[in-house]
Design a protein around this ligand. Structure first.
Ligand code: CAA
Length: 261
C-alpha cells in the first residue's frame, strides 16, 4: 500500500496511524482522506491489530479540511467533498477496534471532526480546538454539526461552532471534548499504554462493547438494552469467555493471553 500522507506502523497488538502532511499542518485533502480510508481497511482486516492510536506529525493533529483544495469548489464538488469526509469518518467510527486520538496540536475543523469520530481523546497541553468554518464562509462538513453536540451538549457545541473560536486543552477537557490532558512528551506513551491495556483484554468482548455503546447511543433505551442482551449472550459462544472465566476460577487471569476466538 503506497501512502503519501499517512504513516501506518504496527507495534505488537496496536497500530499507530500518523497523519503526515506537516507543511500544511496535516490539512485533509481528498488524497489524505482516501488514504485514511485505505488504512482503515488495512487495520480492519489485520487480525493482529486490536487497538489503534491516531495522531498527527509536527505541531498539528489536523488543522481542518484543506482550504487550498476547497477554495475553488463549486456546489457539486463541495457536496462531494463533504460526503467523502463523512463516509471516511463514519467508517472510522464504525471500525470494530477501539481508536484513541492522541491530539498533539491544532485540532480544528475537519481535525476536530476526525477526533470526534474516535473512541477516546487524549490531548497534549499544547493542543488547540475549534470549528472555525463559519469564519471561512462554510459550515462544518465532516460531522461537526452532528457529533460535537452529541459529545459536549447542544449549547457548548453551538457556541464553538457559531463563534469559530479556538479553545485550549484545559477548556476542551472541562467541556468533555477530550477525556484526558497530558504533557506533550507523555502524549504518545499515554495513548499507546491505553491502547495496549485495551488490546490485552478479550478482543471480541471489546469489539462488542464498542458496537453496543455506539449503536445504543443512537436509539431508545429499550432497543439499546435489548441489543446489549444480544451481545452479552453472544460472548458465551466464545472460547475467550470460557477460558477467561475458567482462568479466574483457577485464581489466574487471561488478560494479555486471549485468543480472539
Ligand atoms: N488547509 C490548507 N492549508 C492549511 C490549513 C488548512 N486547513 N491550515 C494550515 N494550512 C497551511 C497554511 O496555509 C500554511 O501554508 P504555507 O506555509 O504554504 O503558507 C501552513 O499550513 C502553516 O500554517 P500557518 O502559517 O497558518 O501556521 P500558524 O501556526 O501561523 O497558524 C493555524 C496555525 C492557526 C492553525 C492556521 O494555520 C489556521 O488558522 N489554519 C486554518 C484552520 C481552519 O480554518 N480549519 C478549518 C478548515 S475548514 C474545514 O475543516 C471544513 C470541514 O469541516 C470539513
Amino acid at each position: 500500500m503506497e501512502l503519501k500522507n499517512i504513516i501506518l506502523e504496527k507495534e505488537g497488538k496496536i497500530a499507530l496511524v500518523t497523519i503526515n502532511r506537516p507543511a500544511a499542518l496535516n490539512a485533509l485533502n481528498t488524497e489524505t482522506l482516501s488514504e485514511i480510508d485505505l488504512v482503515i481497511d488495512e487495520i480492519e482486516k489485520d487480525s493482529e491489530i486490536l487497538a489503534v492510536v491516531l495522531t498527527g506529525a509536527g505541531k498539528s493533529f489536523v488543522a481542518g479540511a484543506d482550504i487550498s483544495e476547497m477554495s475553488d469548489k463549486n456546489v457539486i464538488e463541495g457536496r462531494k467533498f463533504g460526503i467523502l469526509g463523512n463516509k471516511v469518518f463514519r467508517k472510522l467510527e464504525n471500525l470494530e477496534k477501539p481508536v484513541i486520538a492522541a491530539l498533539n496540536g491544532f485540532t480544528l475543523g475537519g481535525g476536530n471532526e476526525l477526533a470526534l469520530s474516535t473512541d477516546i481523546r487524549i490531548a497534549s497541553t499544547k493542543a488547540k480546538f475549534g470549528q472555525p468554518e463559519v469564519t471561512l464562509g462554510i459550515t462544518p462538513g465532516f460531522g461537526g454539526t452532528q457529533r460535537l453536540a452529541r459529545v459536549i451538549g447542544v449549547g457548548a457545541a453551538k457556541e464553538l461552532i457559531y463563534t469559530g473560536k479556538m479553545i485550549n486543552a484545559e477548556e476542551a477537557f472541562r467541556l468533555g471534548l477530550v477525556d484526558k490532558v497530558v504533557e506533550p512528551e507523555a502524549l504518545l506513551d499515554e495513548a499507546k499504554a491505553l491502547a495496549n491495556t485495551i488490546a490485552n483484554n478479550a478482543p471480541i468482548a471489546v469489539k462488542l462493547c464498542k458496537v453496543a455503546i455506539n449503536k445504543g447511543l443512537q436509539t431508545d433505551i429499550d432497543t439499546a438494552l435489548s441489543f446489549e442482551s444480544e451481545v452479552f449472550g453472544a460472548c458465551f459462544s466464545t472460547e475467550d469467555q470460557k477460558e477467561g472465566m475458567g482462568a479466574f476460577l483457577n485464581k489466574q487471569s487471561l488478560v494479555g493471553k486471549f485468543k480472539n476466538k
